[in-house]
Design a binder for this molecule. Sequence first.
Ligand code: HDE
Length: 711
Amino acid sequence: MKINEQEPFENGANPKQEQLGKYKGDSHGEFMTTNQGLKVNDDQNSLKAGERGPSLLEDFIFREKMTHFDHERIPERIVHARGSGAHGEFQLYKPMGKYTKAKFLNDTSVKTPVFVRFSTVQGSRGSTDLPRDIRGFAVKFYTQEGNYDLVGNNTPVFFIQDAMKFPDLVHAVKPEPDNEIPQAASAHDTFWDFISLMPEAMHNIMWLMSDRGIPRTLRSMEGFGIHTFRFINDEGKSHFVKFHWKPLQGVLGLAWDEAQRLAGKDTDYHRRDLWDSIENGLYPEWELGVQIVPQEDEHKFPFDLLDPTKLIPEEMVPVEIIGKMTLNRNPDNFFAETEQVAFHPGHVVPGIDFTNDPLLQGRLFSYTDTQLSRLGGPNFHEIPINRSIPDVTNNQRDGIHRMQIPKGKVSYHPNSMAQGCPFQAMMTEGGFTSFEERIDSSKIRKRSQSFFDHFSQPTLFYNSMSVHEKRHIQNAFSFELGKVQRVPIRKRMVDMLLEVDEELAKKVGDHLGLVPERLPQPITGSIPADGDPAEHHSVKVELPLSEAPSVSMANKLPDNIRARRIAILTADGVNDEAFTRMKKELCELGAIVQIIAPRHGFVTTKSGEQYPVDDSLLTTASVIFDAVYVPGGEGVHTLLEHSGAIHFISEAYKHCKPIAADENGVELLTKSIPQLAVPEDGIVIDGEVQEFAGAIMLHRFWDREMNPIPA
Ligand code: HDE
């Protein structure tokens, strides 16, 4: 089917799922066969010369099975190796024709299928979900006009300004090359050595050291396209655009201690949470937002729109919400879909175009190149998950793993033998045309002076944080630099922090036993060997704002408790009324409520009702949950004698979570939390479900960190 013959995707009919369906197979009611379709009679024994004899090379069935197995692995992604995927759909709220001709951004009746892959950056494919790290947020839109990939992160800025530095950044953050230590962690010498010499990284570093670096779930992260892109409308007019994903689940983080414990208790926590919430019908949702800047305003900002280490504060250019993405289906097969999906910022559709951001320009080369070795050759677009909805018809031929069978003699253009097919589309028939931008310049290796303000936005970010967010940033730097072995590296970083904020530098310096000092001025970065330092020094620019509340997670709490995990910690003999009411009403609010007891099986209430236990104190931990409730009754006596139950409560308290109890359930709280003072924020005693739900919405009560308990 040709693009212009294609029907708009009707609500409910998902063309990508239909396409994928053709490739799916399961083994219900089928005979086992070889890869050649031959029925297999014995899959247990290899062919031997006699019962105890040697195996025979002739055994093609064994050889085929083993050869396939030997080649089951492909190279993991050099970055973003650890990821989790989901299918979904995107629906537009309002047509954007004024700015872009992209069809999927103009028709509100169309549901565009999407596949999303979230990822960590540093670790290997089997590493923990919970390091302090940037998270990838890559979305493939299967549009009527072809695939559009928005390959972003959960921070709105990047570490470097020029793609030339990317291999260095990645080498520095990855495990050190001599001993491959540490796995999935930035807290080591090579990373901070590089960063301490790279002042342009400071802004992204601030985001990484904030609670954004340890998201509570993948569902509770914002996503950002980072670069400034272009929207192009029907008249060929360009507007600059930055893309944002805003989670309807709110933006939530973990406590650092909690993240480290979760990494052990459930290293797949983020992956499992995403999977479970989709399986339970609690579909995660994000709204797509755009910041639009008219072409003529390009130079009206005190920073360069082409510089990927800068954001446009939402207070300067508001985010316009234009649509919603819902993730509503888990993949059928991790390898076939999540592992083989190939994203590329250069997969664009008409109406979306690039700018000259030098980081983006470098990415446009890297992503196809990397798939060639990762997915084995140039035909990776034929892998089902990567196929576009429109048919692919061109003169590209052959290559490893070719699936398409093009008929006829003609594989060139122009031709007369195939009546000129495949045709080039007339401009009026769609197709991609690059924005006509006049370039009149010398060929140079240089960076623009407008890129040399490295500190004003990190300072703005820090100033915009709430008290507890600032404390978390101080603690994160103290931890990370405390893990660095070489003191001069620590010192360079502490001195660099002085350029961001004096209090921050002093707090971190105190922890490390170092006194921050002004770096030799001017601060330079990225100087070529024969470069003039004067041309490369950082100049702190005066911003029109002293704070940007939009960057603080404290201002992005959700208004619901959907898919929050609540533990009901209980044992046999629990009083029926409060227990059943709390369970029912929290479920009605969309929370995932689980009964946790000393042992598996059933909990029997005072009246003799039985409820299945979801997890035992041995197999789960408070870090899995967002809140805990201890109902009163006989069961509390059992819990008071159980060290696991006491630890569960004290750890939840230490991680600042809401805790509710009624009747004698309060005794478990007072035994587990020595300094408990009721009334206390986030502690709900004999309360209504609404009161507990209100506390769960607030997520954490960070003031408790000021008086921490051992747990
Ligand atoms: Fe990537 N990046 N990147 N990156 N990136 C890859 O492509 C690269 C950058 C991002 O779930 C690789 O297929 C260069 C910024 C995500 O499959 C590779 C530069 C942003 C993913 C690559 C950058 C990203 C990748 C590795 C600097 C946010 C995972 C495997 C010029 C806007 C996609 C692959 C997935 C993956 C190169 C910088 C996001 C090597 C050269 C900035 C979310 O091609």
